[in-house]
Design a protein around this ligand. Structure first.
Ligand SMILES: N[C@@H](CCC(=O)N[C@@H](CS)C(=O)NCC(=O)O)C(=O)O
Length: 224
């Protein structure tokens, strides 16, 4: 049986939601972030070579990290699941785009945005105005425009689709939940009613609600 190692306020929430949506048996181990660094604790870091959440393990020696690798691995054992549209299905292109853009484009830009925020906040007071100017320039030049076009496309796609790939929840939605949730927490969904509707749909989904109960926190999003 698969064990999900779930770090609080982290991207491993995706896997918790996926497992609840599939209704498959699994074991859950919860980990708290280090109170000082806010990183994963040492016992979490020891689980996999890259030390990040999510990680799944099993009794046969499986150790797998990277959200979308974990999602695909779990779905390989559930070929009947509608969560992954098959090649040739009309929703396949939208599915592939959002499944990959979430971790390949949206998350890295959001992470960069968070790092720039931290750089400014953690600079010594004396140089903060200078560091802040540099981080604001980089944010405006590189990060904000990329995030804007991605969330503009998201808003447009959700104008023609109920979920990210058609009328049914897919693993693209589950993979993107962390990015859309983070964007919501940062106010980036203001003026984007379709994205807000997606958030409401997600919150109303029974498997999402069960995952939140098991997570046990008010939010699954990390704030920098
Ligand atoms: N691309 C990776 C990113 C994983 C990642 O950065 N996870 C964060 C949680 S949001 C983490 O483990 N942070 C704690 C740490 O780095 O110690 C994935 O999708 O699995």
């Amino acid at each position: 049986m698969i064990t999900l190692h779930h770090l609080e306020y982290s991207q491993s929430f995706r896997i918790l939601w996926l497992l609840e949506e599939l209704g498959t048996p699994y074991e859950l181990k919860l980990y708290e972030r280090d109170s000082k660094t806010r990183l994963a604790p040492d016992d979490y870091k020891a689980l996999s070579p890259i030390g990040t959440a999510p990680v799944i393990t099993d009794e046969n020696g499986l150790v797998l990290a990277e959200s979308n690798a974990v999602i695909d691995y779990i779905l390989d054992a559930h070929p009947e699941s509608p969560l992954r549209p098959a090649p040739g299905e009309g929703t396949r292109a939208d599915y592939l785009f959002w499944f990959h853009a979430g971790v390949g484009s949206v998350m890295p830009m959001q992470f960069m945005n968070g790092i720039l925020t931290m750089m400014k906040a953690r600079s010594p007071a004396l140089v903060r105005p200078i560091i802040g100017k540099a981080t604001d320039t980089v944010r405006e030049m590189l990060v904000a425009p990329r995030l804007k076009v991605l969330f503009d496309k998201l808003e447009s796609d959700l104008g023609r689709n109920t979920w990210l790939a058609g009328d049914q929840l897919t693993a693209a939605d589950i993979s993107m939940c962390y990015s859309i949730g983070s964007a919501d927490a940062q106010g980036r969904l203001e003026g984007r009613p379709n994205c807000q509707r997606w958030m409401e749909q997600m919150r109303a989904t029974p498997s999402f609600q069960r995952a939140m109960e098991k997570d046990g926190r008010e939010t699954f999003i990390f704030s920098f």
